[in-house]
Ligand binder design. Structure first.
Ligand SMILES: [Zn+2]
Length: 80
């Protein structure tokens, strides 16, 4: 089993929560897969995922959100 990390993804502009996300393995968050988003605080507008402040943090695809680099911060704790 790869390490799992529970990430809190926040808006880089206003520091509001965007997702609670269960990430497997190391490396940057490029996509947030829908089945691993445990809590979604974001706003959906057309194909965009936005913070409530209006900042676009990603675009919605078939299986997940393609994250826009530089628009969010992440902090995490290992869960297993
Ligand atoms: Zn924001």
């Amino acid at each position: 089993m790869p390490d799992k990390i529970m990430l809190i993804i926040k808006c880089a502009k206003c520091n509001s929560k965007i997702f609670k996300y269960e990430k497997a393995g190391k490396g940057r968050v490029l996509n947030c897969w829908f089945d691993r988003i445990k809590k979604d605080y974001s706003v959906t507008e057309d194909e965009n995922k936005k913070c409530k402040c209006g900042s676009v943090i990603g675009t919605i695809g078939i299986k997940g959100v393609k994250m826009k680099q530089g628009t969010f911060t992440e902090s995490g704790t290992r869960v297993n």
